[in-house]
Design a binder for this molecule. Structure first.
Ligand code: DSN
Length: 437
C-alpha cells in the first residue's frame, strides 16, 4: 500500500492503493532498477528534448492507479462494459476541462498518442486516395503528415509544402498555389521542428478557397495555447489534434478537439474505427493535467517556457550556432551547426556525454541525411518545469557550446566532457527534477 494509504485509513476514508516502490523492488528488481536509473538520469542531467516534460506527482498518481484495470470501450454513459461509473466520471471531467480550457465545442481524450489522434482525424475527414496537403517532414512536419514510411504517405495522395529558403518561414503563397493546383480534401498545419507562430487564419482562408478541411496538428504547442502564451488554432480549425505530454505536461497520450458538427465522426473514428479499449488511467491523468493547465501558475509557466527558449536560442547564436528562422516564438529552437563544423549526430552524442539530452534534427534544405543532420533541436518545457529562468538558459547555452566543440576522439576530449557533466550536475542540483521528499 502506498504511503498515503495509512494516513487515509487512520482518517477513516478508503485507503488509496497507489504506486508502492517497495512492492516493485521486491517483485521485479530488474525493472525497479530501470525506474530508479531513469529517475537518476532525469535528476542528474539537462532535459532539452522539445517534445518532453516532467509530469507532476498528481499526474503520476492517476497513471499508476487501478484505473488501468478497467475496460471501457465506448464513451461516458454508453459503454460496452459494466462497472464504468467511476471511469465515466474521470473521462467526463477530462472532456469538460478540455472544452473549457480551449473553448472547443467537442473534445475526445481517448487517442493513445499524437499519431493515433492524427490517424483518427484522417479517418474522420478523408478517404484513402484523397489528396492531403501538409508540411514536409524535413521542413519541420511530422511522419503522419505524408511521409512515405507512414500510413499517411502510403494511403493518401500527399502533397508537401516547405519553408522558404531565404526566411525559413512557411511560404503561405506556395501553400495557396499548391492548394489551388491539387485541390486537397484536407490541409494540415502544425509541426515538430518549426520555431515560429503559424498563421492559422491564413490557412483557414486557403482551406476555404479550395473547400478543404483544416486540421491543425498542435501536438507540440497545445500547452502554450493552454497557457495563453501563443494564439489558439481552435477558432480556425475543423479539427485540432494534440498530445498531452509535451508543454501541456500531462501523461503520454493524445487528444482531439473539434467543431460540434464533427463530434460524432471524430468519436467514431477514434473508437471503434482506429482503437479499442481506452486507457482509463491515462485519461484520468489527462484530466488532472488539464486541471493543472487551467491554473494561473501554468500561464506563468507557459510564458516562461517561451522566454527561456528565446534566451537559449540567443545564447547559442552568440556561440556561432545559427537559429533557423533567426529565433523562436515558441518552446523550441532549431540550430544550424554548419558554421561550427559539427554534425547534428556528433553534437547529440557529445552533449549526451556531458549530461545534456537533446536531439539531432534536420534543418530546412539539409544537405545531410536525417540520421546525421546538420542541426540540433532544443526545447525548454522540462527545464522551465524545474524552475530555471533566463540566467540558467545563458549558462546552458555555454555548456552546450563547449560540449558540441569537444571531440571525444581528441586527446583530453573525454575528460572535458566528463568535467562538463559535473558542471551540468551542479546546475541541475539547484533545480532538481522530482525533488527528494
Ligand atoms: N517525436 C515527437 C517529437 O519529438 O517531436 C513527434 O512525434
Amino acid at each position: 500500500m502506498g504511503r498515503h494509504g495509512y494516513a487515509q485509513r487512520e482518517a477513516g476514508v478508503t485507503p488509496f492503493w497507489g504506486p508502492d516502490f517497495d512492492e516493485l523492488a521486491e517483485t521485479d528488481p530488474e525493472i525497479a532498477s530501470v525506474v530508479l536509473g531513469e529517475l537518476d538520469r532525469l535528476r542528474g542531467g539537462l532535459q532539452l528534448v522539445a517534445s518532453e516534460n516532467l509530469t507532476s506527482p498528481a499526474v503520476l498518481a492517476a497513471l499508476g492507479s487501478t484505473l488501468t484495470n478497467k475496460y471501457a470501450e465506448g464513451y461516458p454513459g454508453r459503454r460496452y462494459y459494466g462497472g464504468c461509473a467511476q471511469v465515466d466520471r474521470a473521462e467526463q471531467l477530462g472532456i469538460d476541462r478540455a472544452r473549457e480550457l480551449f473553448g472547443a465545442e467537442h473534445a475526445n481524450l481517448q487517442p493513445h498518442s499524437g499519431a493515433s489522434a492524427n490517424l483518427a482525424a484522417y479517418a474522420a475527414l478523408v478517404q484513402p486516395g484523397d489528396t492531403v496537403l501538409a508540411m514536409e517532414l524535413p521542413h519541420g512536419g511530422h511522419l503522419t503528415h505524408g511521409s512515405r514510411v507512414n500510413f499517411s504517405g502510403r494511403w493518401f495522395d500527399t502533397v508537401g509544402y516547405r519553408v522558404r529558403r531565404d526566411t525559413e518561414l512557411i511560404d503561405y503563397d506556395e501553400v495557396r498555389d499548391l492548394a489551388r493546383a491539387h485541390r486537397p480534401k484536407m490541409i494540415i498545419c502544425g509541426a515538430t521542428a518549426y520555431p515560429r507562430l503559424i498563421d492559422f487564419a491564413r490557412f483557414r482562408e486557403i482551406a476555404d478557397e479550395v473547400g478543404a478541411y483544416l486540421m491543425v496538428d498542435a501536438a507540440h504547442f497545445i500547452g502554450l495555447v493552454a497557457g495563453r502564451a501563443i494564439p489558439s488554432p481552435v477558432p480556425y480549425a475543423d479539427v485540432v489534434c494534440a498530445t498531452t505530454h509535451k508543454v501541456l505536461r500531462g501523461p503520454r497520450g493524445g487528444m482531439i478537439l473539434c467543431r460540434g458538427s464533427l463530434a460524432e465522426r471524430i468519436d467514431k473514428a477514434v473508437f471503434p474505427f482506429t482503437q479499442g479499449g481506452p486507457l482509463m488511467h491515462a485519461i484520468a491523468a489527462k484530466a488532472v493535467a488539464l486541471r493543472e493547465a487551467a491554473s494561473p501558475r501554468f500561464r506563468a509557466y507557459a510564458s516562461q517556457v517561451v522566454q527561456n527558449a528565446q534566451a537559449l536560442a540567443a545564447a547559442l547564436a552568440a556561440e556561432g550556432m545559427r537559429p533557423v528562422s533567426g529565433g523562436t516564438d515558441t518552446h523550441l529552437a532549431l540550430l544550424d551547426l554548419r558554421a561550427v563544423g559539427v554534425t547534428g549526430r556528433d553534437a547529440e552524442a557529445r552533449c549526451e556525454a556531458a549530461g545534456i539530452t537533446l536531439n539531432k534534427n534536420a534543418i530546412p534544405y539539409d544537405p545531410e541525411k536525417p540520421m546525421v543532420a546538420s542541426g540540433i533541436r532544443v526545447g525548454t518545457p522540462s527545464v522551465t518545469t524545474q524552475g530555471m529562468r533566463e540566467p540558467e538558459m545563458r549558462r546552458i547555452g555555454g555548456l552546450i557550446a563547449r560540449a558540441v566543440r569537444t571531440d571525444p576522439g581528441r586527446p583530453g576530449g573525454t575528460e572535458t566532457l566528463a568535467r562538463l557533466a559535473s558542471e551540468v550536475a551542479e546546475l541541475v542540483a539547484a533545480y532538481p527534477a522530482y525533488p527528494r521528499g
